[in-house]
Structures are given as C-alpha cells and as structure tokens.
Design a binder for this molecule. Structure first.
Ligand code: GTP
Ligand code: MG
Length: 222
C-alpha cells in the first residue's frame, strides 16, 4: 500500500514538471515532439534523413535519450543540427526531470528555437508512461519488428498523434502484413496520422514533414 502511494507521488511530480515544461515550450512558441519506438527502429535515421529540410524550416534543437554513449547526438550534429545527449544510465525511458535538467545544464534559450525533437530511449513500453511536456507523441515502428506490435504494445500507441512505419524498403524481403499493421493502429489510435517511410531512400518523408509543419502552424495559431 505504501509503495503505491510513493509511486503515485513520484509520477505526480513528473507530471507537474512535464506541465511546467509544456508551459515553457508554449511561451517560446516551440513545437516539442517526443519520438518513441523500439531500439533500432530508425529514430535517429529519421533525423538524419530529414536534417536538411528541418534546418531549412526551423531552428531545431534535438534531445537524444540513451542509456549510454553520445553516439546519437554525434550523428545528429554531423548532419548539422544542434543536439544534446541525455544518458539515463539504468533508466529505460526519459522523464520530464531529465529533460528539464538537460535544458538547464546546457543553458539553451528556448526562444532561440522553433522545434524541439526529443528522441526517447529505444523501448516500446516505458516511455509511454512519462510525458515530457511534448505537444505531439510520435511512435515510429519498422518493418523488421513485425506487424503485430500495435496490438501487443497498445499503451505506446493509444495516445499517439502520429504513427510512422519505417523501413518500407524492406517490405519485399520480409513477411510484414502491412494492412494488418495499420488495422491494429486504427483500432488502438484511430485519430493518429499515419505515414509510411524509408529513412534509407527518403521515400515518404515529405508527407511526414508536411504533417510536422501543420502541427507548428496549429501551435502558432493558438
Ligand atoms: N533498410 C533500412 N534500414 C534503416 C532504415 N532506417 C534506419 N535503418 C537502419 O536501422 C538501424 C538502426 O537505426 P537507428 O537510426 O540507429 O535507430 P534508432 O531507433 O535511433 O535506435 P536507438 O537510438 O538505438 O533506439 C541502422 O543500421 C539504420 O541504418 C530504413 O528505412 N531502411
Ligand atoms: Mg537513436
């Protein structure tokens, strides 16, 4: 009983910090997106393949979440975007306090940016329970993971604003039932936008970027 109380207090604290972060993002007219998905689904690859367009359209800041290494921050910097790395050590997800601290430690001024992309720790379970103040929750799936993931991990999908299916260049070589995949997505997240992309070939990424642009327009219109 006591353990439940403590857990609820911890979660409430994270929610309060997330709400505070959201207020800061809104004040700076900064669109914040939280990209979640399994390890290796292509979250960093999506940033790499769209880096040029992102840089042309927005002053972009990337927050990279990983247990260890700054590999992803280095990859994103190599394509010209500003990136901060958060190492969670043992934790399998980012939380709002980590985001708040990373922003404070780096002394970035949120007013200097239009878009904040948070790449969460690769994990299809835990990140779903920890809001980071983001405006949009993006779930990235990929063909090699198998088509049944939205059915097996519904919690990750049910609050998604957008679901991307990556690595469609591999559809011909893997048994992936695309119709069944989208059917599962529609069941769990009927309102989520849906895109098929390949970060290897760039296929489909224009439509994703247009959607992102629309989210920023919506934010500025509020
Ligand atoms: N064939 C193919 N490979 C891809 C595609 N997108 C990413 N990859 C490859 O998938 C592997 C993992 O990509 P990452 O971008 O590191 O994946 P991630 O989701 O950022 O991984 P973590 O940060 O470790 O969770 C790399 O070898 C990429 O080159 C794609 O569209 N097609
Ligand atoms: Mg990555």
């Amino acid at each position: 009983m006591k353990q439940i109380e403590v857990q609820q207090k911890v979660l409430k604290r994270h929610q309060d910090i997330a709400q505070h972060l959201r207020g800061r993002f809104d004040k700076a007219s900064l669109l914040a997106i939280n990209i979640m998905g399994s390890p290796g689904c292509g979250k960093t690859a999506l940033l790499e393949v769209t880096a040029k367009e992102l840089a042309n359209r927005y002053r972009t800041l990337v927050l990279e979440g990983d247990l260890q290494t700054d590999n992803d921050a280095k990859r994103v910097r190599a394509v010209g975007l500003k990136a901060l790395q958060i190492n969670t050590n043992q934790a399998c997800h980012l939380d709002a306090l980590m985001v708040e601290r990373a922003l404070a430690d780096s002394k970035v001024n949120l007013d200097d940016f239009d878009l904040l992309v948070i790449e969460n720790v690769g994990n299809l379970v835990c990140p779903a329970g920890f809001p980071l103040g983001e405006h949009c929750r993006i779930v990235l799936c990929s063909v090699p993971e198998g088509f049944d993931k939205p059915a097996k991990y519904p919690r990750m999908f049910y609050k998604a604003d957008c679901v991307l299916l990556n690595k469609i260049d591999l559809l011909d070589v893997l048994d992936f039932d695309k119709d069944a995949f989208w059917q599962f997505v529609k069941q769990v997240a009927p309102k989520a936008a849906r895109f098929e992309i390949s970060c290897k070939t760039g296929q489909g990424t224009d439509a994703w970027l247009d959607w992102l642009n629309q989210q920023r327009t919506n934010l500025l219109g509020k």
